[in-house]
Ligand binder design. Structure first.
Ligand code: TYD
Length: 131
């Protein structure tokens, strides 16, 4: 599956809205790990790497940030600013998170447990692997 913005269920209620994510239903993988990025100082970025095997789904639970994705051929920017949308990122995609708003909260669902060995941190190596 390619990079895609996925709209999540949204249960509107005068008491407040509710959204949810089911593995292998709203996202195309089983969730092995969840983590979140928060308290990002203004001007900082996160990421700037790719994964050999890991697939991810990123949601802006609060605030906003940009996700820059490079597939080996071209770069595209996705602005996330709603908690009922997420961005699916397949393996072998270079990704960088930047332009975090104050108090933003990025939830990342991952298809693998944490393993440094899965990271590709060299952009030239990424380009050669993605071609
Ligand atoms: P890293 O993925 O490099 O951060 P980012 O891509 O957001 O800039 O991770 C930063 C540090 O946190 C690194 O030392 C590894 C550690 N880490 C874990 O231990 N478990 C995890 O699930 C993640 C995502 C990171």
């Amino acid at each position: 599956m390619k990079v895609s913005l996925i709209e999540l269920p949204k249960i509107l209620d005068p008491r407040g809205n509710l959204s949810f994510i089911e593995e292998e239903n709203h996202i195309p993988f089983k969730i092995a790990r969840s983590y979140w990025i928060y308290d990002v100082p203004g001007g900082e970025f996160r990421g700037s790497h790719a994964f050999q095997e890991t697939e991810e789904f990123i949601v802006a639970l609060s605030g906003s940030f940009d996700v820059l994705l490079h597939d080996g051929n071209e770069e595209k920017k996705y602005s996330l600013n709603r908690s009922y949308y997420g961005l699916f990122i397949p393996k072998l995609t270079w990704r960088k998170l930047e332009n975090f708003s104050t108090n933003s909260l990025a939830l990342i669902l991952s298809s693998t447990p944490y393993s440094e060995k899965d990271y590709i941190r060299d952009f030239d190596l990424f380009l050669s692997l993605s071609r």
